[in-house]
Design a protein around this ligand. Sequence first.
Ligand code: ARG
Length: 569
Amino acid sequence: MINFKNIIAQTISNVVDVDENEVYNFIEVPTDSALGDYAFPCFKLAKLLKKSPQIIAKEITEKLIIDNVYIDKVQIVGAYINFYINKNTLATTVLEEINQKGTLYGSSDIGKEKNIIIDYSHPNIAKPFHIGHLRSTVIGQALYNIYEFLGYNVKGLNYLGDYGTQFGKIIEGYKLWGKEYNIDENPIEELTKIYVRINELCKQDEKVLEACRNNFKLLEQGDKYCIKLWEKFRKLSLEEFKKIYDLLGGRFDSWDGEASIAPKVPEVLDILEKSGKLLTSEGAKIIDLEEQNMAPCIIEKTNGSSTYASRDLAAILYRARTYDYDKALYITSYEQILHFKQVFEVAKLLGLDEKYTNGLTHVPFGMVLLKSGKMSTREGTFVKLEELLKESINRAKKIIKEKNAKLENEDEVAKKVGIGAIIFNDLYNSRIKDEIFDWDTILNFNGETGPYIQYTYVRINSVLNSNNSKLTINDIDITKLTDKESTEILKILYLYEETLKMVVDKNEPSILARYLISLAKSYSVFYNNDRILVDDERLKNTRLYLTYATGVVLKSGMKLLGIQMPDKM
Ligand code: ARG
């Protein structure tokens, strides 16, 4: 595809003594398209050229050689030089590229030979899969898809929370009251009840607590009975989690959890010991991080057990060796910011190549709030996730039925719309923001939502199906797409690949979600203003082709977000 930004950078650097790359980096896309398609802010050169931005703008513009093939017009507004690109050239380059690449339009090989690992979803066994795990799953999955589309070699790691002293407790509770609970039927709920009950008992009875600790020790030492129970809990929990992944998606290349890493912790202790930085404090082993203005990182508890942090350190060693990663992303809520800061700091002491420590990246996200406040198990405002997903499907089904009573396979469509609504809502706002969960917003077909994009796509499909969908690029006249509405769509289509690159640059899928909304909105304007079904056959075909191209990108972008498109709804 033609790179307009490059061409503009070249044109400018031809007439001013500044490096082309530097010029390139200064070029902006104005938010108001009345101000051109690209803008060059001259104040960026004021210091270097020792002239006022206005004078620089005037001098550059006078010298610029405008070819009228790529650039139509140049205009000075204040300290900016605004560039208007040639609309025919834009239409040609975009549509030819879509014609050539089809569903691969926007893909790239910038990630060739780069390994990315994404630690995401990571629920805890015998505990509920909560809304935070949902966010992690949705964000992680979108990033997985987008990195992959850009040519990176990606691995998804579901680092299950399947280890820790709490399992000693659950085992004890199970021993005492296992028969009273229907664990096979409803494992997570029942195991959670056992966990709550045994915790209560531990508070009252020191001996029970001791028994729990002992169970955990036995588990670590490989005691057959304890391992058998732990495996049972793990298996039953995974079966529950898989029901959620079936609805939501989630691509995992590894399910190795904390338990598989725990035996590798001694190596970490060894290395840290040798570094001379490992201190003993009140019986625990710690790394002091006062210099970095952080609380110490606890590496080993007083009772000799590993910690969440030391297991993460061991996982870093293991992953560097196993995956040779260039970037390792950790997708968790912002509650773990300090944890990862500490771990990444201590990781510098592990003697790893800098490539691995530099690649460690925490990708934090905000909380999900109900209209009434934070969702939490303790406060009883916890929503069971599978139920939440199913409710969304049911609500979607009701809305769809109202709109189209004759729809076939309505269950399948309702699933795509209901789940799509939840995923899209989760990805639409910048990830670090807390999110308010509200059914009316999520499922609003006219809002900035998943269903709105799906609805636009279905409309596109029906236009194409009722009018010569076998159309090829040879049947159209690209010069007919210079009206405002068409140009707006073409400009957005043009920016697809750049948008995806921005997503991986910031690990921010909301950039893509917002992009898709602006594409769908622009298409709606086009659809309403530019009658597609005009008498002029060639114009009609041309507008149909633009419709097709929009559909390709909407579907591709939604797929990258992890959302399926219905063909009808
Ligand atoms: N299982 C943890 C939780 O539910 C998240 C694990 C995050 N990944 C990691 N490598 N620490 O909070």
